[in-house]
Ligand binder design. Sequence first.
Ligand code: 26V
Length: 845
Amino acid sequence: MSNVPDPSFPANIPALGQPVDELALAEIKSAILGKLRLAIGKDAGMATRHDWYKAAALALRDRIVHHWLTAEKQSYDAGSKRVYYLSLEFLIGRLFTDALNNMGLLKVFEAALGDLGVGLEDLRKCEPDAALGNGGLGRLAACFMESMATLAIPAIGYGIRYDFGLFRQIIAQGWQQEYPDEWLSFGNPWEFQRPEVVYHVHFGGGVEHVERKGGDLAIWHPAETVQAVAFDTPIVGWRGQHVNALRLWSARSPDPLKLDVFNTGDYLGASAEEARAESICKFLYPNDESAAGRELRLRQEYFFVSASLQDLIKRHLSSDGQLRNLASKVAVQLNDTHPSLAVTELMRILVDLHHFRWDEAWKIAVATLSYTNHTLLPEALETWPVELFQRLLPRHLEIIYRINVAHLAQAEERCPGDVDFRASVSLIDEKAGRRVRMGQLAFVGSHSINGVSAMHSDLMKETVFHDLNHLYPGRINNKTNGITFRRWLMLANPKLTDLLREACGEAVLDDPSRLEHLEALASDSALQQKFRTVKHHNKIALARLIGERLNVMVDPGALFDVQIKRIHEYKRQLLNIVETVALYQAMKDDPKRDWVPRVKIFAGKAAASYRYAKLIIKLINDVADIVNNDPAIGGRLKVAFLADYNVSLAEVIIPAADLSEQISTAGMEASGTGNMKLALNGALTIGTLDGANIEIRDHVGAENIAIFGMEAMDVVVRRKQGLDATDVIRRSPNLSRAINAIGSGEFSPGDPGRFESIAHALRYLDHYMVCADFDSYYEAQRGIDARWQVVPAWTRASILNVARMPWFSSDRTIREYARDIWNVPVRGTAPHGLQETGAQRGATR
Ligand code: 26V
């Protein structure tokens, strides 16, 4: 379905070349100056750049708030169904230009600030990235928030307001070092603290059971209580018509200073409880190679689930006065298993606090909840020791046991006498020292379980959830991920956006399917020339950044080959760097050949405790040192590892990329979303048939993407045969030589043994198929070289990539969630005038 612009919305984005309205300009200037004086307490003469940024952000926020309150009142009056997106991660990045763009105020603020003697671009950089996420899962939540606002779905995102986001990465002598991310140290102009929105969240203690008329009543006597305080950040949809809240919880102690202890003079002891409570929202857990099962993490999960459910239940009760109809007015989406406790907490609220019969409560819970799975990696699937659960959440453990009884009875009915089947679907893993399985819990307690790409959803049915799918057929469905084009095209790549407006018309801003107009122009030499000019401009900006940060000079005319994502073995940065070594050696063998100049650009963080991933970063940097300084190759190969990858850095790299590396071991990347961002910005993909790469190929056409390597099934078969790669290495002189060079210390002459472990793993433990896929990858890269040399054909393929990406808009994804899972209307499908209003139903506030 296309996103047809609604005529009732002002077309507030000035058309290309349209001048800024003088009245609006004067008003914005005075608003910014007003904020500077009255909210910051400075005048223009003494203001720092940061003061100006804050003043401008506050002036903008004022304008957003009006829309926010109106949207909120409309949803309330209409009695609309609400969506609650529960996620431990929201990787939003900067909000300033995002909000300006969606409000249609970018040009007028730029002009106003210019008149006041400050540059918008300078101010933009003052804002720290809100890095409240690890990677794809967190960024997806942020794109979804923007799309839900754009589609006018009344929604709230619930999460944790971490004092420290994902660690800051510094590269020192090639090694990753982690530093705290102090994103709040200068305050946060976007958020509204809501001191009156406070909930108690309990932990520990024991459960008492009393006999009552209607049966057993469980009373939880917790040992510890923490308070959750709300902080709201407005999320503006495209064209500013609808605004939703991102509500993040901060933890504090209900009793910050124990007076009796304080009076004894033990000041530290008196505030110990406060420190323990506040530790819950201190930091974001880095996405490790395995789910570590730490107590603090479980506390975080319950803390935000409990506060969020209390909040939404309170809101629902105030509008509807009853919980029986919860599922018709509330949809709760669980972003991975991190909020799985919502299943047990909702049951506890319904049964223990509101005295629902168990069976009725269960129906309500399942109809309300839905769960998105984001990974099949067994080591990333969360489980918790039963003993820890018992200690922290005794009542929830009882509820899990009770759910399990009915669930296992159903399993027995389905497959009588099949002990293995029952063991595999059970909420408790009896083998691994008795652990609670959060994936099983979320699955059993949800009416919809979705994967994030077609292949991933299929694999869910075949692997981790095979038996649960058999027991509850029809629950698993697919919702292929998407990205918001406002951030990843309009904001990140304004030059390309202007070209697309020129070529496809202004409507392309509202309706990405208009990009299809490019099809007919893909071979047009005038358009091609403009397209290349835009890319070149973006590459100059990136080349400058690389020069400034790494002191490495790169040629903007070279092929920019980009791999940007978390560092993980399955994502195979190692395959890329081994190929780089092989290419370097080939260049040295034959320096006279017309080698295609390439810049290999890497960025990404490794989890602090993931030693092997950190060694891969060091290898990339060591290879960079040698290659970048070898005169023999005449600068035709450069390697750049950019430190501290985050949303803002992605916004610079992606528009400048020619080649997008999406080279995960087949079957291991659930979807990927960087792959979509890069293709949308005209990069060709070199990739495996994995995750959403498959759907990208289906859309852009097999001739406009370079697919290589084994398929998921081949990987399964080969792994069964063993992980020894000596045979493939023997048959591949390029690979063999590259591994020898790495293993023998050619890139680490001061410490020749440094990468022995990598060479050893490559030879004998090729779990990720780096060696098994090497030749195919190397050949695909040489195919890319050949294509790069035929400029019009390359440009055509690049334009066709842009033209054929509209389906990957997160607006499309959210429409599918709204239709298939949440059952809520979206803008364009049910006009406001047709909705039942609160007044018609006689609802009162
Ligand atoms: C696991 C853990 C375990 C230890 C504690 C912290 C933590 C945080 C996150 C995770 C699960 C990560 C799953 C994830 O990020 N999946 C990615 O989701 C993207 C959005 O759907 C998708 O595009 C990527 O392919 C997928 O890897």
